[in-house]
Design a protein around this ligand. Structure first.
Ligand code: PMV
Length: 313
């Protein structure tokens, strides 16, 4: 018995970090996927195979590779819930670079939640998303849940930790370019740094949350009106807030400076501290911008919006 699922990666267009503190964010699923294939096995072991490491543990034992904890959690949860006497074999294949803010961990959690639970039952997308968020919390306790939500549902969404998500029905009138600093970040550490900023400068942080909320409202209109110029200006504005809360760096500022000179606007996407930046353009093909960025020695690619979200097979 085998069950497969795949989920797209993501970028955060607006509102990373502030979303952890209750502000709404805008996210888009992108055309790079993680695929997970799970099988029922007779031996009472959980076997996990991925580019981040592989391990095998007794169903009553524990693994040692921290990145594999979500898969162990999901397998044990299903084995317990369905009183399964054997074990589970899990294979994870990813097209998304790890630790650079493109949702590799969330897409893995969503695909794994669907694939592993699919061995025993049929869940709705909402149930799979909830399971995926629980799995992700084994490696990142304070996740807002935004990433798993967009990786499950696909498209462009507006997400609030308390208000849930809304899918934008619009076909975007813009192209997105992702530029990777190649510096791997720890989302948990950067999120903790922002919590420290909030503790020290509470009043200022609250003002920035209000500014971010207003920006997200404005951008929602820009997306509807296909106003790419407005979106670019808003990205530059969002970057100012991200700089202030301390999630940028000299390396990211330099990439943003290059990217800004060839696009309508750029910003960090995801936790920052490393990882990727995104840029927006209204040109039909972003190829020449990608070439320019590559000329500076920066790995860039055009990201298409994935409208499908989670798929099972
Ligand atoms: O893991 P990343 O780089 O995609 O960042 C996640 C986005 C944050 O807003 C920083 C955290 C969260 O849970 O929303």
């Amino acid at each position: 018995m085998t069950s497969g699922a795949s989920a797209p990666g993501k970028i955060i267009l607006f509102g990373e970090h502030f979303v952890v503190h209750g502000t709404r964010a805008i996210l888009a699923a992108i055309d790079r996927r993680v695929t997970v294939v799970s099988s029922i096995i007779d031996e009472s072991v959980i076997r996990i195979e991925s580019a981040l490491g592989s391990e095998e543990m007794d169903v009553s034992g524990s693994g040692t590779v921290p990145e594999l904890r979500p898969f162990e959690f999901l397998a044990k949860r299903m084995i317990r819930e369905f009183s399964h006497a054997g074990g589970i074999d899990i294979k994870i294949i990813s097209e998304i670079p790890h630790g650079v803010g493109l949702g590799s961990s969330s897409a893995s959690c969503v695909a794994a939640a669907a694939s592993i639970s699919g061995l025993f039952t049929r869940n709705t997308r909402e149930e799979i998303c909830r399971l995926a968020v629980e799995a992700e919390r084994t490696i990142f306790k304070n996740t807002s849940g935004a990433d798993c939500t967009v990786c499950t549902h696909g498209g462009i969404i507006t997400y609030g930790r308390d208000s849930g998500f809304e899918r934008s029905g619009e076909t975007p009138g813009f192209q997105l370019i992702v530029s990777n600093s190649g510096l791997v970040h720890s989302t948990e550490k950067v999120v903790a740094r922002v919590a420290e900023f909030k503790k020290r400068y509470t009043e200022r942080f609250n003002i920035l949350c209000e500014k971010e909320s207003a920006l997200v409202r404005t951008v929602t209109k820009h997306i509807r009106d296909r106003d790419s110029g407005g979106i670019g200006i808003a990205m530059k504005e969002n970057q100012v807030y991200l700089e202030e809360i301390g999630v940028s760096s000299d390396a990211l500022r330099e990439i943003i400076r290059y990217a800004d000179s060839h696009s309508l606007g750029s910003k960090i996407t995801g936790a920052g501290g490393g990882g990727c930046i995104i840029s927006v353009t209204d040109e039909p093909s972003p190829d020449h911008i990608i070439k320019k960025m590559q000329g500076y020695g920066i790995h860039s690619f055009g990201a298409k919006i994935d409208h499908t979200g989670l798929e099972t097979f």
